[in-house]
Design a protein around this ligand. Structure first.
Ligand code: NAD
Ligand code: G6P
Ligand code: MN
Length: 442
């Protein structure tokens, strides 16, 4: 069996130890020969790198492991790049959330003006990493989690059309896991789903079990009571309280769209006033993450390093890591697994523009993703998606052209923003905060 070489770009990410651990766990299904971590912040990466080194040594010692800030070293001789960079790190995420909120607009990592601001930072960092891959391992595939995935995907489609990049999101599988639990299934993998939309902007239209039985009625019945909440206790761990209201929003989204099951990200577009009313302008999700997941992961890694062993390690390993490893395996072994991926529409949704990056079911094999044909979508979904895809395309236009006007229009077009004047006030604050990261706008 061939053994694969992996580069993890954004080696200092809070998700890196989980992915490394998953790669070690999956050795029977997906044998590897090398893991290289790459980050442009060597100090941050080293803290996780030292712990991962111990994990690898204890669980899969044949694997070559190193961490580096040298792109040539990291990207040479790899088959897959698993990317999860955050340009500007949590300090900038905090501003993406707090600046719009100051203007009474949704403050969110990937949606609305915050997501647009993040997109304007991510495009450059992603192109840089894609170029390293194309230079040092031109046959490799990049499996990309870096957000905002929809804007990144559109930028890559336009600016690096030849690159072998597949953009992915863990939100559908996370919510599917919840739906499976609600109705007593062991795993989301027992369900076959049909889903359409944009990234962080989509709907399940069909969910069936292995025998073809429709599971949607039973799931909706549960969701009508508690949305996607399945266990009240889980939010107490790791500062996750804001996830409770996100999961609860599934109930409200079912009221406006009873025919489908909506991705909770639609709450920011369909109930923005309520989201803003329930937000704390001084303590947002970025603060929760810095006090929660980031602290937990770095503390746990420091403990592993100090003790010199990963025994008794409390790091989380779950769906997020499994999905990206499953995707690599599907390409490596041509498995034909059905997965939701972000791909160019090209007729899959018949009544939607062909050059939009959409999130839909695909069959995955050695040539990458083969999208399924889904037919037509409803006028409600189409109207919402057309507005949102225009926001994403105009953000990429603004980045390429360095255009203030286009970015102002993009923010104005977001359904989360009430007017052009509010959009302008937010934009001016965002420009100030992002000087170090955005192209200069004229
Ligand atoms: P994090 O801040 O902990 O880690 C990101 C790392 O990227 C940092 O160590 C940073 O130094 C590094 N980085 C920044 N710019 C870089 C560049 N140009 N080259 C190399 N490295 C660079 O962030 P996190 O919370 O662990 O999340 C990581 C990324 O994954 C984010 O973009 C997040 O939005 C994304 N994410 C996506 C999904 C999804 O569904 N698509 C799910 C979870 C996380
Ligand atoms: C989900 C989404 C990701 C997003 C993450 C934020 O997993 O699919 O795209 O980055 O949520 O989670 P956090 O815990 O960082 O707020
Ligand atoms: Mn996502």
């Amino acid at each position: 069996m061939k053994q694969y070489g992996i580069c993890i770009a954004g080696g200092g990410s809070t998700y890196t130890p989980g992915i490394v651990w998953m790669l070690l766990e999956q050795r029977e299904h997906f044998p590897i020969r090398k893991i290289a971590l790459y980050d442009n912040d060597g100090e941050r990466q080293e803290k996780l790198g030292k712990a991962c080194e111990i994990l690898v040594r204890e669980r899969y010692p044949e694997v070559e492991f190193f961490y580096t800030t040298d792109p040539e070293k990291a990207y040479t001789d790899v088959d897959f790049v698993m990317a999860h960079i955050r340009v500007g790190k949590y300090a900038m995420r905090e501003l993406d959330e707090k600046i719009p909120l100051k203007h009474n607009v949704v403050g969110q990592e990937t949606c609305g003006p915050g997501g647009i601001a993040y997109g304007m930072r991510s495009i450059g960092g992603m192109l840089e990493n894609i170029d390293y891959m194309m230079k040092y391992s031109p046959r490799a595939w990049m499996l990309n989690y870096s957000n905002p995935a929809s804007i990144v995907a559109e930028a890559v489609r336009r600016l690096r059309p030849q690159a072998r990049v597949i953009n992915i999101c863990d939100m559908p599988i996370g919510l599917e896991d919840r739906m499976a639990k609600m109705i007593g299934l062991k795993s989301r993998k027992e369900m076959t789903v049909t889903y359409h939309g944009l990234n962080h902007f989509g709907w399940w239209t069909s969910i069936r079990d292995r025998q073809g039985k429709d599971l949607m009625p039973a799931i909706k019945e549960k969701m009508a009571v508690n949305g996607f909440i399945v266990d009240e206790n889980e939010y107490l761990y790791d500062n996750r309280m804001s996830w409770r209201s996100t999961h609860y929003s599934g109930k409200k989204l079912l009221e406006i769209e009873p025919d489908c099951i909506s991705n909770t990200y639609l709450q920011y577009y369909l109930y923005p006033d309520e989201v803003v009313a329930h937000s704390d302008k001084h303590y947002t999700r970025a603060n929760e993450v810095m006090d929660g997941r980031e602290k937990t992961v770095f503390t746990e890694c420091a403990r592993i390093v100090e003790q010199g062993t990963s025994q008794g390690c409390r790091l989380e390993i779950g769906n997020h890591a499994l999905f990206i490893v499953d995707l690599a395996r599907a390409i490596a072994y041509n498995t034909g697994e059905r997965m939701l991926l972000i791909v160019e529409n090209q007729g899959s949704i018949r009544n939607f523009q062909p050059d939009a990056m959409v999130e839909i079911p695909c069959i995955v094999g050695s040539e990458g993703a083969e999208p399924l044909a889904l037919g037509e979508i409803s006028t409600f979904h189409k109207g919402l998606m057309e507005q949102q895809v225009a926001v994403e395309k105009m953000t990429v236009d603004a980045w390429i052209e360095g255009s203030y006007q286009k970015l102002w229009q993009a923010i104005t077009l977001s359904k989360t923003v009430p007017s052009a004047s509010v959009a302008k006030a937010i934009l001016d604050d965002l420009i100030e905060a992002n000087r170090q990261f955005w192209p200069e706008l004229k």
